[in-house]
Ligand binder design. Structure first.
Ligand code: ADP
Ligand code: ADP
Length: 228
């Protein structure tokens, strides 16, 4: 599903973010990527969604070598990978309905299929009655559910979440985790970068720990840190 081989990434300013990363994530896995700030977690995520290119090494997603992708093929990759961020990244002037519809428009979904799929997604994330609201009328947890719904709209094989609970209170955090677990249970691979040790230690999953640009630990049903 996701295969990173001998990845080294040095940014243009000379900062080496990743030194030798080898990661294989199989179909339907749920993986936490943990590590201190600056460890290289976001860089790993950006490589998977082809927002950055590796300096050395190869990234395969669903059997496609991302190094072979041309710019105009990137939207096809984005269909297979949904992405959720800490700050939701919703369009504030648009309704919840429009936020999700827009994601389907940019990947070229036929117009007549957009409305039914948006309604389906809103049902899945339990926000059907909020379709006409603007993001600011929703709680943080609801906004994150919109973002998750938007990410899932194209029925991607992989959902990437970069600190999805970073701006949420503990109670909302658990509900978002429930949504992500459900999505994984229904067959989507979930890769989640997080600083939240409570989540990692309580909802046991595979843990890939990154430090200083290297994988320092990779455990099934792992903990946030060695001590935990
Ligand atoms: P994390 O997500 O674990 O906090 P990042 O992948 O964001 O780590 O960053 C890893 C290293 O790469 C850090 O030293 C960071 O400052 C650097 N870095 C990240 N993005 C860029 C960029 N666009 N340009 C230059 N350096 C960057
Ligand atoms: P139930 O039948 O148990 O009520 P739902 O179909 O309402 O299950 O979904 C349960 C949760 O799973 C929802 O809150 C939703 O957030 C999440 N979910 C499952 N699949 C998806 C999906 N494809 N897109 C977005 N959210 C999903």
């Amino acid at each position: 599903m996701i295969n990173m081989q001998r990845i080294q990434k040095t940014y243009q300013n000379g900062v080496q973010a990743l030194s030798n990363i080898n990661i294989h994530i199989g179909k339907e896995e749920f993986v936490y990527v943990v590590g201190p700030s600056g460890a290289g977690k976001s860089t790993i995520i950006k490589l998977i969604i082809r927002e950055v290119k590796p300096t050395e090494g190869t990234v395969h997603v669903n059997g496609t070598n991302l190094g072979d992708l041309r710019k105009k093929q990137i939207p096809y990759l984005r269909r297979k990978i949904g992405v959720v961020f800490q700050d939701f990244k919703l369009f504030h002037k648009s309704s919840i309905f429009e936020n999700i519809a827009f994601a389907l428009e940019v990947i070229g979904e036929p117009t007549d299929r957009i409305k039914p799929r948006v309604m389906e997604v809103l049902k899945l994330v339990k926000l059907k009655d909020k379709a006409r609201c603007k993001p600011r009328e929703l709680s943080g947890g609801e906004q994150q559910r919109v973002a998750i719904g938007r990410a899932m709209a194209s029925k991607p094989a992989i959902l990437i979440a970069d600190e999805p609970t970073g701006n949420l209170d503990p109670e909302t955090t658990w509900s978002i985790m429930g949504t992500l677990e459900d999505i994984n249970y229904r067959g989507t691979t979930v890769v989640m970068a997080t600083h939240n040790s409570h989540i990692v230690n309580n909802l046991k999953k595979r843990v890939i720990a990154i430090d200083n640009g290297n994988v320092v630990r990779d455990e099934m049903r792992g903990a946030y840190s060695y001590e935990a």
